[in-house]
Structure formats: C-alpha cells, structure tokens
Design a protein around this ligand. Structure first.
Ligand SMILES: Cc1ncc(COP(=O)(O)O)c(C=O)c1O
Ligand SMILES: N[C@@H](CCCC[NH3+])C(=O)O
Length: 472
C-alpha cells in the first residue's frame, strides 16, 4: 500500500511547530497538545519535534502518518526522524563549539545514520570492527573515528590500524604492548587512556562505569591509570594525546561530569610533573540522559556544556595547565528521542489483576525493560477511543514471562487485537541490542523526513534466518 505524504504544515487540529529551537534538546511544545489517552498535557514533549496529531488519534512524524508507515512497512518497525537526528547533532556542535563531538555508534548505527552524522560534522565512536567497517565503507572519514573497547579483538585492532582511525582508547594494561606491536614501524597511532575516576553516576547499576571494580578502564584510585600512562609514553609507536573517561549512561545531572573534569585535570597536572608532558586532549565520554516518560528529567546539554567548559577552564588555570581540547561522545541523546517503534497488538488477556496487551515485537527488539526495568509510554495510534483508560502491561511475543515492554501504562479499556501502538524514545539501544531470540527476525528501520519515508534497514526475513544456518 502506498503511504500518504503530508506537508510539514497541515490543516490538522494542532498547528505545526515553528523551527525547533536548535539549542534545546527537549523543546517545549508550541501549542497545547491534544488530549491523549496515555497521559498529561506534555505527552508529546518526549516525541520528535516534528510530531503532529492527525485525525483518529494518528500522529505524523517527519510529515508521514504512523498508520501509513505501519501499512507500508509492516510491524514491528522502527522509525527514525532524520531531522531530529540532525537537529540533535547541531545542538551538540553549538553547545560545544570548540570540542570534538563523537556520536556513539553503539546507540544505533546504520549507513544512513553514519552518513547524517558525518554530514553534520561529528566524529564517530565505535567499539568493534563491525561498526568501524560499516562507517568507513559508507564514507565516514576514518580520522574522525575513535575506537573503544575493554576487550578489543585482534580483528578490531587490525581494522582500526588498516583503516587509519584517528584515536584508539586504551582500556587495559595488556592492550598497550599488543597495540604497539601491531602499529607499522614507520607510523605512530594516536591513543588516549581510559581513566576510571571513581565517580558513581548512571541510570542503573549495570550501566555505571565511573567506579572501580567494574570491567572498564584503568583506575585512578589504585594507580593503574598512572602506570598505564608511563607504559604508553615508553612506546615509540604510540602517541599519547590525552585522557578519556566515561562515567556511565543515562546520567541526568551535571555534577558528576564536573567532578570528572577536576579529577582528570588533576591527573593531567601529575603527568606534566612526573613526565614533563602536557597532554592536549580530554574526552569526557557520553552518558547524557533523556526522558523516557513525559515529565522525566533529561540532561540539559547546553547547561552541561557551559558548566563543563567553565570548570575545565577554572581547573586548568588553577593547575597552570593549558586548556586541553575537549571531546564528548553522546549516543542515546542523539539517537534515542529520534526514534519511535510501531507494534501491532496481537492479543489482549485479562487475568485477575492484570491486563496483558501482547504485541508483535518484544525483548528481542527491546531488551531494556527486562535488563534495567526501564519504563516506556506507548500510545494507541490510528483509532480514537472514547473508552476510559485502564492500567495495562504491554508484553512481547517471546517465550518468557519477563518479556515485558511497558509496565504500568494506561491505554483505552477497549484496546484490542489489530490496534497500533507507538512507543517514543526508541532510537537508542533497542535495535543495536536486538537479538535473534525465537527466530522472529529483527524489525526494519525506516527514515522519515519532509513528508517522505524510506527504508534504511530491511526487515530480517525468515529466508535470512534460514540462510545463515548451513545445515547438518
Ligand atoms: C566509551 C563510551 N562512550 C560513549 C558512550 C555513549 O553513551 P550514551 O549513549 O549514554 O551517551 C558509551 C556507552 O555508554 C561508552 O561506553
Ligand atoms: N545499553 C544501555 C546503555 C549502555 C551504554 C553503552 N555503553 C541502555 O540501553 O541504556
């Protein structure tokens, strides 16, 4: 079926928003959003800025109706608003004018995403030969790529050196000699050292990486970071250009970043004292949190940038150091709110105490609720219901009771098979963490912009799944 393309301003009840404020990642709604079954008046604040209501409680994103996307591409399907991705990239570049902004590909990567990010002028943070090759074969400039990984494989390092990545972040002592040995005799590889500053931050214990006693980085507290610095400085084929830290993910406060700046500047000062070397770069990683539910806090990127830059200038002045070039690596804050996932309801089951609304996706395309207990705000789209909402649990189609996509949500009491549900803030760490569980096949990715939709990544078909299996 063909999809309807909609102009960006429509005759629909809500007037189209003006050009979104390029400095705000979470622009305030410009008109009162329509009453909705799912929540309060700012329910659309967590949706892409292009989201508009249509008749029958349909929504359009990037000028394309969600019902039309579901008809044309099937469900489940991931929808990415290209303009939202680009707007978020620009917000970072404006907020951090004299820094390098690397998009963290682990949040979500496909060729189009790499292309948009490259065009906007960001760098790319990759953590495998797979992410690296996909980006470089799409035309991403390798010198704007940084390679991470707590356990980089020989293939990862070979690909990084062959393709000429700009920076490699050393994460363990054993990696130093291994990397140095792989660098050709006539060249030098720029590296940073990932320092664990001993700061607890992040939305869930499983995604906190700034404290000791977890698998990433080299500790400041026990001296492993200092030891690694000495070792790297002794390797002629490695050029130590700076320090890196990544505190964790889904961080909504600025303070931990300011503490990290102070601790890392302290270490930069000690490196100068001890080795007479002034390292020119400081990479603060990513971790910038977003709102998954209306009203939840999100990290204010402009506020973060202002305060971090001021703290860096102040700490460096106090230590008598030149201000190093700053880098940040946002993933979720660029991809997350730019994506929406569409599911079709397959069954509704009422038990004594719960209503389970089962959809055609599940933990294979979004493991986040099962992993971290994250809550989402699904919305019924394309059918106006006058029936009052009731609490339901949206579950997936996989073979375990923990396959929950959204608990404690409110949907109209007559929600039924065939209904379409749309879940916002689905652009990061859904498909990039998708699995092959139950061989259901991974959903497609569709880009929307200016009233047009195009397929970026096709649905994994049953034929794809069978082809991989070479048989008996
Ligand atoms: C080294 C590094 N940089 C950047 C990121 C991106 O994090 P986020 O998507 O939370 O911004 C991660 C993942 O947490 C990471 O491990
Ligand atoms: N996968 C996590 C974040 C980890 C970030 C990767 N370093 C999430 O879904 O929130």
């Amino acid at each position: 079926m063909s999809h309807t393309t909609l102009p960006r301003t429509t005759e629909t009840p809500r007037t189209a928003p003006p050009a979104p404020d390029a400095t705000a990642l979470h622009p305030a709604p410009t008109t009162a959003p329509p009453p909705s079954p799912g929540g309060g008046p700012d329910e659309l604040a967590i949706w892409p800025a292009s989201t508009l209501p249509l008749p029958e409680d349909d929504l359009s994103i990037g000028g394309v109706a969600l019902t039309e996307l579901a008809d044309r591409f099937g469900t489940p399907a991931y929808v990415l608003d290209e303009d939202e991705v680009r707007r978020r990239c620009r917000t970072y570049l404006r907020a951090f004018p004299d820094a390098d902004v690397y998009y963290a590909a682990k949040a979500f990567l496909c060729r189009a995403m790499a292309h948009w990010v490259a065009e906007e002028g960001l760098g790319l943070d990759v953590c495998s030969a797979g992410e690296l090759e996909l980006a470089v074969t799409t035309g991403f400039p390798p010198e704007r790529i940084v390679l991470h990984g707590n356990a980089k494989s020989p293939a990862d390092l070979r690909a990084a050196l062959r393709l000429g990545v700009g920076r490699i972040v050393i994460d363990s002592t054993s990696e130093i000699a291994r990397l140095a040995a792989a660098v050709p005799a006539d060249s030098r590889q720029k590296v940073l050292i990932r320092v664990v500053p001993g700061i607890a931050a992040g939305g869930h214990a499983k995604i906190r990486t700034g404290t000791d006693d977890q698998k990433f980085g080299l500790s400041l507290t026990d001296g492993s970071a200092q030891h690694a610095i000495t070792r790297v400085l002794g390797q002629p084929r490695l050029e130590l250009v700076g320090l890196h830290c990544h505190l964790g993910s889904q961080i909504t406060a600025v303070k931990p970043y300011l503490s990290a700046v102070r601790r890392l500047v302290g270490l930069l000062a000690r490196v100068r004292e001890q080795h007479g070397v002034t390292l020119p770069e400081l990479d603060l990683g990513g971790g910038h949190g977003v709102a998954y539910l209306p009203g939840e806090p999100a990290l204010d990127v402009v506020g973060l940038a202002t305060k971090v830059r001021a703290e860096l200038a102040g700490s460096c002045a106090a230590a008598g150091l030149p201000v190093p070039r700053l880098a940040v690596e946002p993933g979720r804050a660029i991809a997350g709110p730019s994506g929406v996932v569409l599911y079709r309801v397959l069954s509704v089951k009422r038990t004594g105490s719960h209503t389970f609304v089962a959809v055609d996706g599940g933990m294979s395309d979004n493991p986040r609720p099962a992993l971290y207990g994250v809550r989402y705000a699904p919305r019924l789209v394309g059918r106006r219901s006058a029936v009052p909402t009731e609490p339901v649990t949206v579950v997936g189609r996989h073979c375990e009771a923990g396959d929950i996509l959204a608990s404690d949500v409110h949907l109209p009491g007559d929600v039924r098979p065939g209904d379409l549900l749309a879940v916002p803030v689905a652009g990061a760490y859904h498909l990039s963490m998708a699995s092959g569980y139950n061989l259901v096949g991974r959903p497609p990715v569709v880009a929307v912009t200016s009233g047009h939709a195009r397929l970026l990544v096709r649905r994994e078909s049953l034929a794809d799944i069978q082809e991989r299996d070479i048989g008996l």
